[in-house]
Design a protein around this ligand. Structure first.
Ligand code: GTP
Length: 438
């Protein structure tokens, strides 16, 4: 597969002022020569006329050539910056197709080659995918941390400590009958493995924060029918996401919008009003509401202040903010009964509500560096690593060779995160997240 040369449009949708077409593989040099009449100097932007074989001009643009191994994929690579019209790109692609062993790239194929040629490890690749998909400032910061290798360096240093520990234990096993292996070496090894266990445990405890930053903080609006849930959702989203009527039980399904609050992705859900419902569709809506409430990180529990408590209490594992609604027409129970009062009609209280969501979010995240795991895959491997370390440290200790074997399992679990060990079966899943041209 990798003796084929691949090409793709790497910039966004056309038409665009400039489109970047990327090539990678052994035939890159030939393709550039064919299209421009020469191979421009390495890593320099050179203005060239790009032509078909018959001499007719496709377009002119900048050509950059990156000879192997100093390129993104590690192979010979080129980038053509041309005018971003469908016709220009089609003409170029048709010409490229005529070259033997040159074809359009599959999803994520450039990144996959970068991985296979040792240019990037899996955490860096995943970080890159996250950086390309980042919509909020915090997602960007987390992705940069991952794509720049900070997390990988941490995992590599842990794997190295485990390897060193194993080497010393193997030495002890080999020389078990001799007197000159000091017992204190063994103590030092197990002390360090103990410290590593504490470090990994604390790192894993921050995985939740990483997931919140990457996947979003789930905030669910719940309450009685007609409490003003959909109106609040629309006010926070600043657009008409949900249907608002004065008919109780309007919202049936769970609706969702993404908000950016202080640079964090907040996933806001509007749910069906909670009450004893006889009608089938409404019952299903309430079942779905209950489900999403149980998965929330924060519940906004709305109450029409004139009506007082009418809703079934939501069963939330998360923190609940009690919010009195329709402050413009009613003082109701009095503001003291609520954490916040709002009016979606006058916008009163909405700034305070956004601030309250941000405050809860930041409190749940805690303060720490962004060198934290953010994907289930990373979390699962860390948990596996920790389990094996625990088995190696169990009291009373197992036989030395079993303890060493557990350290090997722990090291492999770390190696799988960065892709340095045994990940062939994972690759298709990871690279399919990328679009063509990445
Ligand atoms: N005066 C006033 N009316 C409001 C306010 N918020 C909502 N309403 C009105 O209250 C009624 C119900 O609002 P919705 O947002 O549909 O309430 P809901 O909680 O989503 O209702 P269900 O979908 O039935 O669960 C509508 O007529 C809204 O216009 C508010 O802050 N002030």
């Amino acid at each position: 597969m990798s003796n084929e040369t691949i090409y793709a449009l790497s910039s966004g949708a056309v038409p665009s002022g400039v489109a970047v077409i990327r090539l990678s593989g052994a035939k890159t040099r030939d393709a550039v020569q064919l299209l421009t009449g020469d191979v421009p100097p390495a890593r320099r932007a050179s203005l060239r006329t790009i032509r078909l074989r018959n001499g007719s001009i496709i377009d002119s643009g900048l050509v950059l050539f990156f000879p192997s191994p100093a390129s993104f994929t590690g192979e010979d690579c080129a980038e053509l910056q041309m005018h971003g019209s469908r016709a220009v790109i089609n003409a170029l692609f048709e010409e490229l197709e005529t070259i033997d062993s040159v074809r359009m790239a599959a999803e994520g194929e450039f990144s996959r080659r970068a991985f296979e040629n040792g240019k990037l490890d899996l955490v860096e690749i995943e970080g890159l995918a996250d950086l390309i998909a980042a919509e909020t400032e915090m997602q960007r910061r987390l992705a940069v941390e991952h794509s720049q290798g900070k997390l990988s360096r941490l995992y590599d240093s842990w794997a190295e400590r485990l390897t060193r520990a194993r080497a010393l234990i193997e030495a002890e096993l080999d020389f078990a009958d001799e007197d000159d292996v000091p017992g204190s070496v063994s103590d030092l090894v197990w002390d360090d493995v103990g410290r590593l266990q504490v470090e990994i445990k604390s790192h894993l405890a921050h995985a939740h924060a990483g997931e919140i930053i990457r996947d979003g903080f789930k905030v669910v609006i719940a309450g009685a029918p007609n409490a003003g849930k959909s109106t609040l959702m629309n006010a926070l989203a600043r657009r008409e996401v949900a249907i608002v009527t004065d008919v109780a039980g309007t919202t049936r399904d769970v609706l969702h919008v993404d908000l950016d609050i202080n640079g964090f992705l907040v996933k806001l859900y509007d749910t069906a009003g909670l009450r004893e419902a006889n009608e089938l569709v409404e019952q299903e809506g309430i079942r779905r509401a209950t489900q999403v409430i149980s998965e929330a990180s924060l519940v906004l529990y709305l109450e029409d202040m004139a009506e007082g408590t009418r809703a079934l209490q939501p069963i939330a594992n998360a923190e609940v903010l009690r919010i009195g609604t329709k402050a413009d027409i009613s003082a109701g129970n009095g503001p003291d009964a609520y954490d916040l009062t709002i009016s979606a009609v006058t916008d009163a209280g909405l700034v305070a509500l956004r601030a309250a969501i941000a405050e809860r979010l930041e409190r749940q995240l805690g303060s720490h560096s962004l060198a934290i795991p953010s994907r289930k895959r990373q979390k699962d491997s860390l948990a596996e690593c920790l389990k094996a370390i625990e088995a190696a440290l169990v009291d009373p200790p197992a036989e030395l060779d079993i303890r060493a074997e557990n350290l090997r399992i722990a090291g492999n679990a770390l190696g799988r995160i960065t892709g340095r060990v045994d990940v062939e079966n994972l690759l298709d899943v990871i690279f399919s997240e990328f679009c063509i041209g990445k």
